[in-house]
Design a protein around this ligand. Structure first.
Ligand code: NOJ
Length: 498
């Protein structure tokens, strides 16, 4: 089989920039290792009010806060995938991928957010999409919630700050499990809860834009975790036996490399990882919040004059209910920072960043990837995978997002090829050298899309999309053929070894 694949090797320049030949792992990806690409409803679908869909918090946010979107754009049309999904599936098929990760827009299925009124046109859209994927022999990996809360739930209940959200999400999840039980086996409850909570209900820079630093994000975190757990239990109790699929929550983190091997810097790195990743992963994989988070938020809350910790506690019953609600560990990862210990921030207004009190920075020699939030540091992914194994045990890891953001959008995207090559090489190192149980790699993204605050100015696609063309024409960049070839050969260099 592998010999046959080698014949498929296209003549491509593999080493355009970045890592050298020697540094790229030349082993084949293991038999059974899966590749996919990811996207999300708000970012590609468009059809924002079409066929019964209602506004999500991101639709509202983009329309009412254009100053917070780089090009003052909206996701009203985006890539128009609501009409062009067949083209998207054809591209995924042509790349020879195992998976297509997509999300369901809650407000397309349930216009009020509540489960009493189901929008059949919305259901049909996803049914058609799943049928198309099935015909293409591509498996859907489906996120139930990728940030697009129905605006009605925000207006009525205050969104993720309200305890009833776990029930609303659970009803929506149950409906999707039932509606799509014959179509989907790989489920994701919620994407990147940290961004939902910190950006949405802490800094207010993401939708719905609630500013409640150091308070809102922790209340949100608890509600999101309980919502995830409820959906997991519904799946487990009512659908697992017949659906025979798997379910998890996607958690994201940057890797934070200790600035030195001093005890303080090691602790600083661990602390920021626990606040970023552990806050969401610990309750699920270990039980309860990380101790360092419990201690620091309680201590600072007291000094700030609060009567109890700003971090809501879980009851023993809740801890037991949430613990173990995973079938795999789903990770989104893009970049790395250094982390150094620093003096605790002075007591004053509460804030999540002050709770952490870690100095982060980037090595000047790290390539920036042409987007300011981004540094290209492949070994950071390897270190993160090893840390995950050490912290959460030998759990199967699925990389649900990884990719390069740039601000140029150039078609000869050698820097993206180099990024994928380096990060995929780090995956091979983790698998073969460190024994990490990594089963799947999902690239973000197959096409350029509406990048939240970045609007249409931040490019992550292996296909360029012309957003000024009503047809939203998709054109492959150089990276699309590199990635296609890599999937076919399961190899990152010209000649691989078993
Ligand atoms: C993570 C988010 O899940 C996704 O929606 C976003 O587009 C990518 N990061 C890239 O910024």
């Amino acid at each position: 089989m592998l010999a046959m694949m080698k014949v498929l090797v296209l003549v491509l320049s593999l080493f355009s920039a970045g890592l050298t030949d020697d540094e790229i792992n030349s082993r084949y990806f293991p038999e059974g290792f899966k590749f996919g690409v990811a996207n999300a409803a708000t970012q590609i679908e468009g059809g924002w009010l079409e066929d019964g869909k209602t506004e999500s918090v991101w639709d509202r946010f983009a329309h009412t806060h254009p100053e917070l979107i780089a090009d003052r754009s909206t996701p009203d049309i985006a890539c128009d995938s609501y009409h062009k999904y067949k083209e998207d599936v054809a591209m995924v098929k042509a790349m020879g991928l195992d998976y297509y990760r997509l999300s369901i827009a809650w407000a397309r299925i349930l216009p009020t957010g509540h489960a009493d009124k189901v929008n059949q046109a919305g259901v049909q859209y996803y049914k058609n999409l799943f049928a198309e994927l099935k015909a293409a022999n591509v498996e859907p990996m489906v996120t139930l919630y990728h940030w697009d809360l129905p605006q009605n739930l925000e207006d009525l209940h205050g969104g993720w700050l309200d305890e009833t959200m776990a029930d609303h999400f659970a009803e929506y999840a149950r409906l999707c499990f039932e509606l799509f039980k014959d179509d989907v086996k790989m489920w994701i409850t919620i994407n990147e809860p940290k961004q939902v909570c910190q950006g949405g209900y802490g800094t207010g820079l993401l939708a719905p834009g609630v500013v409640s630093n150091g308070v809102g994000e922790y209340i949100c975190a608890k509600n999101v975790i309980l919502a995830h757990a409820k959906a997991y239990h519904i799946y487990n109790d009512e659908f697992r036996a017949t659906n025979q699929g798997r379910i998890a929550m996607v958690i994201d983190t940057t890797w934070y490399e200790p600035g030195s091997d001093s005890e303080e810097d090691q602790e600083a790195s661990e602390r920021i990882l626990q606040f970023n990743f552990g806050l969401y992963a610990n309750p699920i994989f270990i039980g309860n919040w990380p101790q360092v988070v419990i201690d620091r938020v309680a201590q600072r809350s007291e000094l700030e004059g609060f009567n109890s910790s700003r971090l809501p506690s879980f009851t023993d019953e809740e801890i037991a209910y949430v613990k173990g609600t995973y079938d795999y560990l789903a990770l989104n990862h893009y970049s790395t920072n250094m982390a150094n210990a620093t003096a605790d921030s002075p007591i004053g207004d509460p804030s999540y960043a002050n709770d952490i009190s870690v100095l982060t920075w980037r090595q000047p020699e790290w390539p920036s990837g042409a987007a300011d939030w981004f540094a290209v540091v492949p070994w950071g992914l390897r270190h993160l995978l090893v840390w995950l194994k050490k912290t959460y045990g030998d759990v199967e890891i699925v990389i649900t997002e990884n990719g390069l953001s740039d601000t140029t959008g150039i078609m000869e995207d050698d820097h993206r090829i180099s990024y994928y090559q380096g990060y995929l090489s780090a995956c091979l190192d983790a698998i073969y050298e460190d024994g990490v149980n990594l089963s799947t790699y999902t690239a973000w993204s197959i096409i350029d899309d509406w990048e939240w605050n970045g609007g249409y100015t931040s490019f992550l696609g292996m296909y360029y999309v012309n957003f000024t063309d009503p047809e939203r024409t998709r054109i492959p960049r150089k990276s699309a053929s590199w990635f296609t070839n890599m999937v076919a050969t399961r190899c990152l260099v010209d000649t691989c070894t078993e």
